[in-house]
Design a binder for this molecule. Structure first.
Ligand code: ADP
Ligand code: MG
Length: 492
């Protein structure tokens, strides 16, 4: 059943209209007047389609923001109204955009209807009023015109990637602090450029979007975020269309330029050259640059030397591989927002087993939650093992005990044969224990099997090694980082 609103008033639409007014009233109370006017006032209820309430906003920017920040709340308020609505779909309807000022003046009545029903009339939004009433800190009409008109070549920002949703732990605290600093004071000396680097799925893009959101929110104009790949395609397209001047100008008009995954430019000499000039022009003009890559500037071989040098001139911040503690915190944060209960044992299990990166960890958790929702069954350790068997197996399959022994021996600078020798000197015995621990963690071999591969040792020796290493990791963070580093290397 579809209830088109505003067509012929009936009891049903009357109820819906009242519910919608209550929901907006509630939100207004909850978020406060300034926030409400900035983000929510322009919401229009378009229809109830089956179990879904369809809400319209005039721009993609507003839609993403409202979806990311208020989507869940809107949904629960609708569900609480008991009208059979279970989902909320927020869409863009550009025709709702504010008309030119003359038109707004001519349509004085419509001005009073912000937040009303779509069917009522082509609604004129009092954009001037919104601007005047909003705090200078949060003025989406400006942000929106920036996002949609001036930099139509910049990529949209993911509304989920904010500082609020970023979980801080040892491995990322420095990068996070730098990102915060840049968001608060763009282009401060020593932080320009900000170069973030680290492995796949560890939060580089998340932090970049968070900076962009924060700066947009602080009213600063012209933040442009894009991947290096997109940068290249835009550049090539401009070359073809013989419009490189426009391209250059539009790039140089931004206040903050963010280029994600810079390693993509390796071997693309012309694009690198263009980026280098843009980079210099912006930095000279006191604008902020933020760049991410999978390696540090000095390790990005294939990048032009002068570019590499300039990239390393500001702040270089490494995001390290996750630790067990960080993985647990991230899982807890993500599980909290879920509508099913995820037992702590399951979170611990995931944090132990899925160590590669946050993206995979998140993917595994989401799959468990989706599965539980779909079948209406609670999540247990057993169901988790079953639902995730392919991911877990992939993690097992990747490493062999030989590889572990080789890597660990290399790392601690001992001979490979010492992994199975009878020598008990500390400098040999400890690495051997680490290798046993990693063999237990990263492979599906049993304790006796592992023992056999380490010079026919007894399974109790392996057991002792595993618990000893775990203990030491708890007590000594340097040692723990070392072991995590080895684990990361083995898993990649
Ligand atoms: P990268 O760009 O480094 O490859 P992303 O920023 O895309 O990684 O992160 C991958 C996923 O993991 C994203 O969904 C992101 O939100 C999430 N993520 C990464 N680090 C964190 C963190 N510290 N807190 C919360 N989520 C995180
Ligand atoms: Mg990324």
């Amino acid at each position: 059943m579809e209830k088109e609103l505003g067509a012929s008033p009936s009891a049903a639409t009357g109820q819906v209209t009242e519910a919608w007014a209550r929901i907006r009233g509630r939100l207004r109370e909850e978020v406060g007047e300034v926030e409400y006017r900035s983000w929510l006032r322009q919401m229009t209820l378009s229809a109830i389609e089956g179990e879904e309430a369809v809400i319209l906003l005039p721009t993609r920017f507003l839609r993403d923001w409202v979806r990311g920040h208020y989507g869940d709340r809107l949904r629960s308020l609708w569900v609480a109204e008991n009208l059979g609505v279970r989902r909320v779909d927020i869409r863009v309807a550009p025709e709702l955009r504010a008309p030119e000022p003359e038109a707004a003046m001519a349509d004085g009545q419509a001005n009073g209807q912000a937040g009303g029903l779509a069917g009522a009339a082509p609604v004129a939004r009092p954009q001037q009023a919104t601007l005047a009433l909003a705090e200078p800190l949060s003025s989406p009409p400006r942000a929106e015109s920036r996002a949609e008109s001036r930099n139509d070549w910049a990529a949209p920002l993911d509304p989920r990637f904010t500082f609020e949703s970023f979980v801080v732990g040892k491995p990322n605290e420095f990068a996070h602090a730098c990102a915060r600093r840049v968001a608060e004071k763009p282009a401060s000396p020593g932080f320009n450029p900000l170069f973030l680097y680290g492995g796949v799925g560890l939060g580089k893009t998340h932090l970049m979007h968070a900076i962009a959101w924060a700066i947009s929110f602080n009213g600063q104009r012209n933040v442009a975020y894009m991947s290096a790949e997109k940068f290249m395609y835009r550049f090539i397209a401009a070359l073809r269309a013989q419009s490189t001047m426009e391209f250059k100008e539009s790039l140089r008009s931004v206040d903050v330029l963010m280029i994600d995954d810079l390693q993509f430019l390796i071997g693309k000499d012309n694009t690198q050259e263009e980026f280098f000039h843009t980079f210099n022009a912006l930095v000279d003009a006191g604008k902020q640059i933020v760049v991410s890559a999978d390696k540090s500037p000095s390790d990005l071989s294939g990048l032009e030397d002068r570019l590499r040098t300039r990239l390393g001139c500001g702040m270089v911040a490494d995001i390290h591989a996750t630790t067990y503690e960080l993985r647990i915190s991230i899982l807890q944060a993500k599980a909290q927002g879920a509508d099913v209960e995820v037992p702590p044992r399951v979170l611990e299990f995931l944090a132990h087993k899925i160590t590669s990166n946050v993206r995979e960890l998140e993917g595994a958790l989401n799959r468990l939650i989706a599965h539980a929702n779909l079948f209406g069954r609670p999540i247990t350790l057993e169901s988790a093992q079953e639902v995730l068997h392919d991911i877990l197996r992939a993690h097992d399959r990747r490493v062999t005990i030989e590889e572990i022994q080789r890597k660990v021996a290399e790392h601690y600078n001992i001979r490979l044969t010492d992994m199975s020798s009878a020598r008990r000197a500390r400098n040999v015995a400890r690495p051997r224990q680490v290798a046993m621990y990693l063999a237990k963690q990263l492979t599906s071999r049993s304790l006796p099997e592992i023992g056999r591969r380490f010079g026919n040792r007894d399974h109790t020796t392996v057991m002792h090694a595993v618990s000893r290493v775990a203990e030491l990791m708890q007590a000594d963070s340097t040692f723990a980082e070392d072991v995590e580093l080895l684990r990361r290397m083995l898993e990649n």
